[in-house]
Write a protein that binds this ligand. Structure first.
Ligand SMILES: C[S@@+](CC[C@H](N)C(=O)[O-])C[C@H]1O[C@@H](n2cnc3c(N)ncnc32)[C@H](O)[C@@H]1O
Length: 268
């Protein structure tokens, strides 16, 4: 599955605003006092996690940014390197080569908007490989399947159900966990003895957030069409009504996400 730079740029400020502050504070406290830090960011996109975290981590920092999309990686690699930030990009298929990016001088794993795309088996592998290396992990912005729209439309819940079904289709890692990842991933880390701090990171989109609402709704309509649980005529009519609310400046949306920080009892 590919993600456009335009979409990642559009969502980044909403992601940034949504990131759970208590979880971020726990990350910062856990890393404070280290003389330096080496981070690997899984599925980095254009580098949003670096921008969200770098102010909260000790310096010097080394970031190994891993993604399989060369266009996104090129943007991430072009990040201006503030003093004491060393950015390296790695083109890698994480489905195949997860272990490769975790090897070497890595002290902290980060990721955002990834875990709902991966399969149960891949998550198991991530937990096993992270725990084997005693690495702490910060995983942000996992979609949890809970979405509310205002004003309410009679088709909203059928559409959201269809979207959540679509979330389970293969996104490149096998059948995806989709919204189940939000509950399953923290539990998996607890099961291997990690201490987990988690919290909500919902997108809260107001009447002025026109472009992102239109993108989300259009994406949902395409997902519902692919799943086929709602007739195509109903999908089109629903999208027209929802677009009408957005363009009239009377639409709000809340889209549920979860962040967590999982830390082993001893770290590297
Ligand atoms: C929703 S985007 C999130 C990007 C970034 N973490 C952010 O929060 O803006 C998902 C990312 O996963 C990457 N990705 C998807 N499948 C991948 C794979 N098999 N190997 C490596 N990266 C992958 C995509 O290229 C994309 O950058």
């Amino acid at each position: 599955m590919s993600f456009s730079a335009e979409w990642l740029t559009l969502r980044e400020p909403y992601d940034k605003r949504a990131r759970n502050t208590a979880v971020l504070d726990t990350v910062a406290a856990a890393m404070a006092g280290r003389p330096s830090i080496a981070v690997v960011d899984l599925a980095c996109g254009t580098g949003a996690t670096v921008r969200a975290l770098e102010q909260r981590l000790p310096r010097p920092q080394t970031w190994r940014l891993a993604d399989n999309d060369l266009g996104l990686l090129a943007r991430a690699a072009a990040l201006s390197n503030p003093p004491q930030l060393n950015i390296q990009s790695v083109a890698v298929d994480l489905r195949r080569d997860l272990e490769f990016v975790l090897d070497g001088p890595v002290e902290f794993v980060t990721t955002s908007a990834l875990l709902d795309l991966v399969s149960h088996d891949w998550l198991k592998r991530l937990v096993t490989e992270t725990a084997a290396r005693r690495l702490p992990i910060y995983a942000a912005l996992t979609y949890d399947g809970l979405a509310t729209l205002d004003p309410v439309d009679p088709l909203d819940s059928a559409m959201i159900d269809a979207v959540n079904k679509h979330q389970h289709t293969d996104k490149g890692f096998g059948p995806a966990l989709g919204p189940d990842a939000a509950g399953t991933a923290p539990e998996r880390f607890k099961a291997v003895g990690y201490t987990v701090t988690q919290g909500a990171s919902d997108w809260v989109l107001g009447p002025k957030d026109t472009a992102i609402q239109i993108e989300v709704l259009t994406g949902w309509a395409a997902a519902a069409r692919d799943i086929g649980a709602v007739t195509i005529d109903d999908v089109i009519a629903w999208l027209a009504r929802r677009r009408g609310h957005v363009m009239a400046g009377r639409s709000s949306m809340r889209i549920g996400h979860v962040d967590f920080f999982a830390c082993p009892t001893t770290t590297r």
